[in-house]
Ligand binder design. Structure first.
Ligand SMILES: Cc1cc2nc3c(=O)[nH]c(=O)nc-3n(C[C@H](O)[C@H](O)[C@H](O)COP(=O)(O)OP(=O)(O)OC[C@H]3O[C@@H](n4cnc5c(N)ncnc54)[C@H](O)[C@@H]3O)c2cc1C
Ligand code: FES
Length: 536
């Protein structure tokens, strides 16, 4: 697995894995100012800010750099937030909504500034974001949705964003008969090639004397040491090494812990395809409709003749549904609207984390005084990751940052979110029903390359993977986090937990938390393949 799934995202088309910057595995104990755990956009942005300010940083990464969700995104940098500004203001007041708008707008510009300063060619460009109705103009709900879009535009305008409404606007390249004209416009949005950008920043970091990075180095625990006040933080790795530091930043997408913010986040899989469109045949823009789940569109370079239209959507809760024609639905959606569309060259999925109160968690972790977290991307993990870099660097250095209160992981959820949090808790608890279910009746039912949970009712459920050669590998199906029963994800060949979204490779190795550990092997084949996958 090159990233957190078996499929490849479109970004490898122009930036293959062979261009990835390489770093050694940690082979000794070390002492530093800040240990950053995880090399996605949040970890890299935090390291960039701290290293630029002269702070000594050691980064550790369980796999290769940029092998998490940041390598599988759709690449928009947007302040047109998924949860409308009307909604954010209702939960965090106008002042909170203003901070959200300002901080995301800062992040959009910052990526442009950093790529220019470091000379990174990453297709960064500013463009408009079009919010459209999911319905055709002839449908009565078209007008209803436009009213909602306009309400949000008015709010965004009050918060200082450059927005407008363009009735009748037909997006260039939308040549199909489906007529969804009329757009709400968010100006000054951007897109880029996330992998080129992140590899570029990592290459710059690698040249700095106050930066070191270790890959295939998996964090096993973080402990704040000291009596009454924390004197140092110790980050231990699975291989038994210790990094002693003043502060640690857990940039692992979701913190690897039992509960607190973990329970305040909802976990979704989202689907993307990249489809060829002739260069020059379309308007370079971002498009989002109002469906639930919504469709999102952006473009990226393909070759001399074509570019790629990237469309995403089809979201569902982790481990609770399968692909079930979602890629085909996205393809049809595009072909009905962009009749010049050519072949579909990439199909991939990824994980998104929606916070209950529509805002990420960035800052000191609950109950901690020197351990920082970044999580709950809420559809905007790229901008959240970039702004987290500045916010966490400021907090570590004791610089007052006005964004801190909004994103504070120690904040109390607004009262208005209690009903949805309760529903979320019930939904999570209902997932334990899998204890009474079996996906397969017999191992013989599995085709090579397939997996499923076998639950005989008399013993603990077993996650069974039959490899391409027909050899069976067994693991405990109980997620080490809080004992949900995992499900087989046939698209990404992983075991996904329907409770809090932890994921494990077909060999049972942890891919995404909150579980810190992998699935326990239940036979020798499972043990051997897991050791191999961990490089032992
Ligand atoms: C299909 C898709 C499309 C998206 N589109 C957009 C978009 O257009 N715009 C946007 O703003 N957001 C988008 N997002 C969200 C965004 O991509 C993510 O929120 C963001 O990349 C998360 O970055 P991160 O640095 O927090 O986590 P990651 O990129 O996942 O990085 C975490 C890193 O931590 C490492 N790690 C985990 N555990 C350990 C451990 N124990 N020890 C050491 N290292 C560890 C992982 O290996 C990984 O490399 C999208 C997401 C998906 C899946
Ligand atoms: S992720 Fe919490 S039980 Fe599996």
């Amino acid at each position: 697995m090159n990233t957190s799934g078996e499929t490849d995202a479109v970004w490898v088309h122009t930036e293959p894995y062979s261009k990835r910057p390489n770093f050694p595995k940690l082979s000794n104990d070390l002492t530093t100012d800040v240990c950053v755990i995880g090399s996605g956009i949040a970890g890299i942005s935090t390291a960039y800010e701290l290293v630029s300010r002269g702070v000594k940083v050691a980064m550790i990464e369980a796999r290769e750099v940029v092998s998490g969700e940041s390598g599988r995104t759709s690449g928009h940098l947007s302040s047109a937030l998924d949860d409308s500004f009307v909604d954010i203001a209702s939960k965090h007041g106008d002042s909170g909504a203003k901070i959200a708008a300002e901080s995301h707008q800062w992040a959009i510009r910052h990526v442009g500034e950093v790529s220019k300063k470091l000379g990174i060619e990453c297709e960064y460009r500013m463009l408009p974001d079009y919010e459209i109705s999911q319905y055709e103009r002839s449908h009565p709900k078209h007008a209803e949705e436009l009213q909602e879009i306009q309400k949000d535009l008015n709010k965004a305008k009050d918060l200082g964003l450059a927005v407008s409404f363009r009735p009748d606007y037909a997006i260039k390249g939308w040549t199909g008969k489906v007529d969804q004209r009329d757009v709400g416009v968010y100006e000054e949005q951007a897109t880029f090639h996330p992998t080129k950008y992140l590899y570029g920043v990592m290459k710059w970091l690698a040249q700095q004397p106050n930066f070191e990075c270790y890959t295939h180095t998996r964090m096993a625990s973080i402990k704040e040491k000291g009596i009454l006040t924390t004197k140092e933080v110790q980050v231990s790795t699975l291989d038994g090494h210790t990094i002693t530091c003043k502060d640690a930043v857990e940039a692992t997408c979701i913190p690897l812990q039992k509960l607190s913010v973990v329970a305040q986040v909802e976990y979704f899989r989202t689907y993307c395809i990249a489809i060829r469109v002739p260069r020059g045949s379309y308007e370079d823009c971002l498009i989002n409709d109002q469906a639930d789940p919504y469709h999102y569109i952006r473009f990226t370079h393909c070759d001399e003749k074509d570019d790629y239209l990237v469309i995403g959507g089809g979201d569902h809760k982790v481990g609770q549904e399968q692909e079930n024609g979602r890629f085909a639905e996205l393809e049809c959606w595009v072909r009905d609207r962009y009749t010049q569309a050519g072949s579909v060259d990439y199909k991939w999925t990824g994980q998104i984390f929606d916070s209950a109160d529509a805002v990420s968690f960035i800052g000191l972790n609950q109950g901690k005084s020197h351990t920082y977290i970044v999580t709950g991307d809420t559809g905007h993990g790229l901008t959240h990751g970039v702004l987290a870099g500045r916010l966490i660097a400021d907090e570590i250095q004791g610089v007052t940052n006005a964004w801190g209160t909004l994103y504070n992981p120690k904040r109390l959820p607004p009262l208005s979110t209690l009903p949805s949090m309760l529903a979320h808790d019930l939904q999570i608890n209902a997932q334990y029903k899998r204890f009474a279910q079996s996906d397969i009746r017999d191992i013989e039912d599995l085709a090579p390359g397939d997996g499923g949970v076998l639950n005989t009712g008399t013993k603990k459920p077993v996650a069974v993977y039959k490899d391409e050669q027909g050899k069976v590998h067994r693991f405990s199906a109980l997620c080490p986090h809080l004992h949900g029963v995992v499900c087989w994800n046939a698209t990404e060949k992983s075991w996904d937990c329907p409770v809090h979204g932890s994921r494990f490779s077909k060999d049972g190795v942890q891919i995404i938390g909150p579980s810190i550990a992998g699935l326990s092997p239940e036979d020798e084949a499972g043990e051997v393949s897991q050791k191999q996958a961990l490089g032992e």
